[in-house]
Design a protein around this ligand. Structure first.
Ligand code: AMP
Length: 318
């Protein structure tokens, strides 16, 4: 299909602990959050691996959203299992345990019919595997990647190499600082853009997200929420909204990238409102569109911003 999105990454069972609640073995994984969010906008093809313990009913949940799940392999062994904890800030997760299971030795084989997908999302996985996936796909229109602190620490060169081969890099603020070995996200962003990607997206949790391109930057706030249940998957749902929107308009130019950033923020806001994938699973196009408009109103000053009686309107620049 001409606007299909291929996603390659983890499918998991997560144990999640917040100061308010604890849940065990809930459906998660980067590719799962991404696929559920992106499927709201465009056809999604998921390539992932699960073990014998993965419930068929959970694959059915993903398929019910229209995701092509024929690229999910089932292997002897256990599914990827991640356990994490958040404090009252509900910001970065503290990883308590990671049990890779069948995900550990997995080398994704992209099914032939998926290799011509015009949009590709390389979810957080070993950068050498991301490179291997890039070698299997045929001239996609846009490729985006996500990564994590572990790979910045241990696989910096391989990660820099993948960054140089993709169009959009999506990292959180701490990861950009870590990659650039700097406090400044502006300097970190410049260093990443110099590697070659067209855009860098910096996710800033409750403070929103920033889009950096060679032409400048665009700063979006997060959607203000009174209640957050589970921050897990915010980043992947964000990427789902972003790539989903870009795929739905077909032409990923800079103006579309700005709007896509807002769709990313919208999807992330739904993801964190509910536990596990429920927020993105239950999301509809109407509710996403409504929140998109609400977010736009939050940052629009309005025509009165340039009113003639505004003393600053006539202050000369420079
Ligand atoms: P996010 O909160 O968007 O960064 O992503 C959370 C999801 O990533 C969880 O559902 C985890 O199952 C998954 N995850 C955690 N660690 C890893 C890892 N090392 N590799 C792949 N996926 C992971």
């Amino acid at each position: 299909m001409s606007n299909s999105i291929l996603v390659v990454g983890s499918l998991a069972y997560d144990d999640v602990q917040t100061p308010f609640e604890r849940r065990r073995r809930v459906l998660g994984g980067a590719a799962c959050y991404f696929a559920l969010a992106a499927s709201l906008y465009a056809p999604v093809r998921l390539v992932g691996v699960v073990g014998e313990d993965f419930e068929q009913s959970d694959i059915d949940r993903i398929e019910r959203k229209g995701v092509d799940v024929s690229g999910i392999e089932r292997r002897p062994g256990r599914s990827f299992h991640w356990s994490g904890r958040y404090d009252y800030e509900l910001a970065a997760a503290e990883t308590l345990a990671t049990d890779l299971g069948v995900f550990g030795a997995w080398k994704p084989q992209i099914p032939e019919p998926f290799r011509d997908s015009p949009f590709v999302f390389l979810a957080n996985i070993h950068p050498e595997i991301q490179l291997d996936v890039l070698d299997q796909v045929r001239r996609p229109r846009l490729v985006a990647l996500d990564s994590m602190n572990l790979w910045i620490d241990t696989q910096r060169d391989a990660l820099a190499k993948v960054m140089s081969r993709v169009d959009v890099v999506s990292l959180n603020e701490a990861e950009v600082r870590q990659f650039g070995r700097t406090f400044s996200i502006l300097r970190g962003a410049r260093e990443i853009l110099e590697l070659g990607p067209r855009a860098l997206i910096v996710k800033r949790g409750e403070y929103g997200a920033v889009l950096f391109t060679k032409g400048g930057s665009f700063w979006a706030p997060a959607f203000p929420l009174e209640k957050i249940q589970d921050p897990t998957g915010a980043g992947d749902s964000f990427a789902g909204g972003l790539l989903g929107y870009l795929a739905s308009c077909g032409d990923p130019d800079d103006a579309h990238l700005r709007r896509a950033l807002i769709h990313g923020v919208v999807c992330a806001s739904f993801a964190v409102e509910r536990f596990s994938v429920e927020g993105v699973e239950q999301l509809t196009r109407e509710r996403a569109a409504e929140r998109y408009r609400a977010l736009r109103d939050l940052v629009t000053i309005g025509a009165e911003a340039v009113a003639e009686d505004d003393p600053f309107a006539t202050v000369a620049a420079g």
